[in-house]
Design a protein around this ligand. Structure first.
Ligand code: ZN
Ligand code: ZN
Length: 62
């Protein structure tokens, strides 16, 4: 079993970890990650949306 993907075969600089995008910080689940660039990651987790409080129902109190 070879852990390769299209980017691996093409020699493209990329990361197999999950990039966690927060409001001000970037984090990667791969400890060997060298560059926290969104373009290098197939898996990107947007923490800004998860942390968002339940404000989907906005009350229009005028
Ligand atoms: Zn790869
Ligand atoms: Zn990474």
């Amino acid at each position: 079993m070879t852990p390769t993907c299209v980017s691996c075969e093409q020699g493209v600089s990329h990361c197999h970890g999950t990039l966690i995008v927060d409001i001000l910080t970037l984090d990667c689940t791969d400890p060997d990650c060298q560059d926290l660039d969104v373009a290098r990651h197939t898996l990107v987790l947007d923490a800004t949306e998860i942390d968002e409080p339940s404000s989907s129902s906005v009350s229009t109190a005028a």
